[in-house]
Design a protein around this ligand. Structure first.
Ligand code: HEC
Length: 134
Protein backbone atom coordinates (compact mmCIF):
# COMPACT_ATOMS: atom_id res chain seq x y z
CA UNK A 1 0.00 0.00 0.00
CA UNK A 2 2.73 2.44 1.01
CA UNK A 3 4.80 1.37 -1.96
CA UNK A 4 1.92 1.87 -4.37
CA UNK A 5 1.28 5.35 -3.03
CA UNK A 6 4.86 6.45 -3.47
CA UNK A 7 4.92 5.23 -7.07
CA UNK A 8 1.81 7.31 -7.77
CA UNK A 9 3.39 10.32 -6.10
CA UNK A 10 6.59 10.06 -8.12
CA UNK A 11 4.57 9.68 -11.32
CA UNK A 12 2.59 12.77 -10.40
CA UNK A 13 5.73 14.78 -9.69
CA UNK A 14 7.30 13.78 -13.00
CA UNK A 15 4.09 14.69 -14.79
CA UNK A 16 3.94 18.04 -13.04
CA UNK A 17 7.53 19.02 -13.69
CA UNK A 18 7.24 18.09 -17.36
CA UNK A 19 4.51 20.67 -17.85
CA UNK A 20 5.57 23.25 -15.32
CA UNK A 21 6.84 25.76 -17.88
CA UNK A 22 3.58 26.00 -19.78
CA UNK A 23 0.83 24.66 -17.62
CA UNK A 24 -2.76 25.70 -17.07
CA UNK A 25 -3.76 26.72 -13.54
CA UNK A 26 -5.81 23.58 -13.18
CA UNK A 27 -4.76 19.95 -13.30
CA UNK A 28 -5.18 18.41 -16.75
CA UNK A 29 -7.09 15.12 -16.46
CA UNK A 30 -4.92 12.20 -17.67
CA UNK A 31 -7.43 11.24 -20.32
CA UNK A 32 -7.59 14.76 -21.76
CA UNK A 33 -3.79 14.94 -21.80
CA UNK A 34 -3.70 11.61 -23.68
CA UNK A 35 -6.19 12.87 -26.28
CA UNK A 36 -4.15 16.05 -26.80
CA UNK A 37 -0.98 13.99 -27.31
CA UNK A 38 -2.64 11.49 -29.62
CA UNK A 39 -4.10 14.20 -31.85
CA UNK A 40 -0.90 16.28 -31.92
CA UNK A 41 -2.51 19.57 -30.81
CA UNK A 42 0.55 20.62 -28.82
CA UNK A 43 2.71 21.00 -31.92
CA UNK A 44 0.73 24.18 -32.63
CA UNK A 45 -0.80 25.23 -29.30
CA UNK A 46 0.61 25.99 -25.88
CA UNK A 47 -1.53 26.46 -22.79
CA UNK A 48 -0.18 29.91 -22.09
CA UNK A 49 2.28 30.38 -24.93
CA UNK A 50 1.42 30.93 -28.55
CA UNK A 51 2.98 28.70 -31.18
CA UNK A 52 1.43 28.30 -34.65
CA UNK A 53 -1.98 28.92 -33.18
CA UNK A 54 -3.39 30.97 -30.28
CA UNK A 55 -2.61 29.84 -26.73
CA UNK A 56 -5.50 27.94 -25.18
CA UNK A 57 -5.57 30.47 -22.35
CA UNK A 58 -6.38 33.14 -24.95
CA UNK A 59 -9.01 30.88 -26.51
CA UNK A 60 -10.66 30.35 -23.11
CA UNK A 61 -10.62 34.09 -22.33
CA UNK A 62 -12.09 34.98 -25.71
CA UNK A 63 -15.06 32.60 -25.52
CA UNK A 64 -15.68 32.70 -21.76
CA UNK A 65 -18.90 34.70 -21.90
CA UNK A 66 -20.14 33.34 -25.25
CA UNK A 67 -22.74 30.67 -25.82
CA UNK A 68 -22.58 30.38 -29.58
CA UNK A 69 -19.97 30.21 -32.33
CA UNK A 70 -20.23 31.06 -36.01
CA UNK A 71 -18.31 28.48 -38.02
CA UNK A 72 -16.96 29.99 -41.23
CA UNK A 73 -14.49 27.33 -42.30
CA UNK A 74 -11.92 28.64 -44.75
CA UNK A 75 -14.12 31.43 -46.10
CA UNK A 76 -13.94 34.07 -43.41
CA UNK A 77 -16.12 36.51 -45.39
CA UNK A 78 -19.03 34.04 -45.55
CA UNK A 79 -21.96 34.48 -43.14
CA UNK A 80 -21.05 31.09 -41.66
CA UNK A 81 -23.10 28.66 -39.66
CA UNK A 82 -24.20 29.58 -36.13
CA UNK A 83 -23.76 26.73 -33.67
CA UNK A 84 -23.72 26.35 -29.90
CA UNK A 85 -20.24 27.16 -28.54
CA UNK A 86 -18.89 23.67 -27.86
CA UNK A 87 -20.12 21.97 -31.07
CA UNK A 88 -19.04 25.07 -33.04
CA UNK A 89 -15.47 24.96 -31.74
CA UNK A 90 -15.39 21.17 -32.15
CA UNK A 91 -16.36 21.67 -35.80
CA UNK A 92 -13.64 24.27 -36.26
CA UNK A 93 -10.99 21.98 -34.77
CA UNK A 94 -12.26 18.95 -36.69
CA UNK A 95 -12.76 20.51 -40.11
CA UNK A 96 -10.29 23.39 -39.86
CA UNK A 97 -10.74 27.03 -40.77
CA UNK A 98 -9.15 30.45 -40.64
CA UNK A 99 -9.58 34.10 -39.89
CA UNK A 100 -10.69 34.05 -36.25
CA UNK A 101 -7.20 34.86 -35.03
CA UNK A 102 -5.78 37.16 -37.61
CA UNK A 103 -2.20 36.68 -36.42
CA UNK A 104 -2.18 33.05 -37.39
CA UNK A 105 -2.28 30.85 -40.45
CA UNK A 106 -5.37 28.75 -41.15
CA UNK A 107 -5.88 25.73 -38.90
CA UNK A 108 -5.84 22.57 -41.00
CA UNK A 109 -8.56 20.00 -40.42
CA UNK A 110 -7.64 17.49 -37.72
CA UNK A 111 -10.54 15.10 -37.94
CA UNK A 112 -12.34 15.55 -41.26
CA UNK A 113 -14.50 12.43 -40.84
CA UNK A 114 -15.44 12.96 -37.20
CA UNK A 115 -13.77 9.77 -35.94
CA UNK A 116 -12.38 11.63 -32.90
CA UNK A 117 -15.39 13.79 -32.09
CA UNK A 118 -15.54 12.54 -28.49
CA UNK A 119 -11.88 13.27 -27.80
CA UNK A 120 -12.02 16.70 -29.42
CA UNK A 121 -15.18 17.57 -27.49
CA UNK A 122 -13.41 16.58 -24.27
CA UNK A 123 -10.40 18.80 -25.09
CA UNK A 124 -12.54 21.78 -26.13
CA UNK A 125 -14.61 21.57 -22.92
CA UNK A 126 -11.44 21.47 -20.85
CA UNK A 127 -9.99 24.50 -22.68
CA UNK A 128 -13.19 26.47 -22.12
CA UNK A 129 -13.12 25.61 -18.41
CA UNK A 130 -9.66 27.16 -17.87
CA UNK A 131 -9.80 29.82 -15.16
CA UNK A 132 -9.36 33.45 -16.30
CA UNK A 133 -5.84 34.75 -16.85
CA UNK A 134 -4.45 36.39 -13.73
C1 HEC B 1 -0.97 22.63 -37.61
C2 HEC B 1 -1.20 23.49 -36.47
C3 HEC B 1 -2.40 23.19 -35.57
C4 HEC B 1 -2.74 22.02 -34.96
C5 HEC B 1 -2.05 20.65 -35.08
C6 HEC B 1 -3.90 22.29 -34.15
N1 HEC B 1 -4.25 23.61 -34.26
FE1 HEC B 1 -5.78 24.57 -33.31
N2 HEC B 1 -5.38 26.28 -34.34
C7 HEC B 1 -4.32 26.46 -35.20
C8 HEC B 1 -4.40 27.80 -35.80
C9 HEC B 1 -3.42 28.39 -36.80
C10 HEC B 1 -5.56 28.40 -35.24
C11 HEC B 1 -6.12 29.80 -35.56
C12 HEC B 1 -7.13 29.68 -36.71
C13 HEC B 1 -7.88 30.97 -37.00
O1 HEC B 1 -7.29 32.06 -36.95
O2 HEC B 1 -9.10 30.89 -37.28
C14 HEC B 1 -6.15 27.43 -34.32
C15 HEC B 1 -7.28 27.64 -33.55
C16 HEC B 1 -7.77 26.77 -32.57
C17 HEC B 1 -8.86 27.05 -31.68
C18 HEC B 1 -9.68 28.35 -31.66
C19 HEC B 1 -10.70 28.30 -32.78
C20 HEC B 1 -11.42 29.60 -33.07
O3 HEC B 1 -12.08 29.65 -34.12
O4 HEC B 1 -11.34 30.55 -32.29
C21 HEC B 1 -9.03 25.95 -30.89
C22 HEC B 1 -10.07 25.74 -29.78
C23 HEC B 1 -8.04 24.98 -31.30
N3 HEC B 1 -7.29 25.51 -32.33
C24 HEC B 1 -7.90 23.73 -30.73
C25 HEC B 1 -7.08 22.72 -31.25
C26 HEC B 1 -7.10 21.34 -30.78
C27 HEC B 1 -7.98 20.82 -29.67
C28 HEC B 1 -6.18 20.67 -31.54
C29 HEC B 1 -5.87 19.18 -31.51
C30 HEC B 1 -7.03 18.32 -31.73
C31 HEC B 1 -5.57 21.64 -32.45
N4 HEC B 1 -6.16 22.86 -32.25
C32 HEC B 1 -4.55 21.35 -33.36
C33 HEC B 1 -3.33 25.54 -35.49
C34 HEC B 1 -3.36 24.20 -35.12
Amino acid sequence: MVKRMSVALVAMMIGMSAHAADAPDIQIPKETQAHIKALGCESCHGWTRTKFGPSWQDVADRYRSKSSYVYKGFNSSSPGEELALVPGLVKKVSKGGKGEWSDYAPMAHIDQKGAHADEITDIVKFILALPPKK
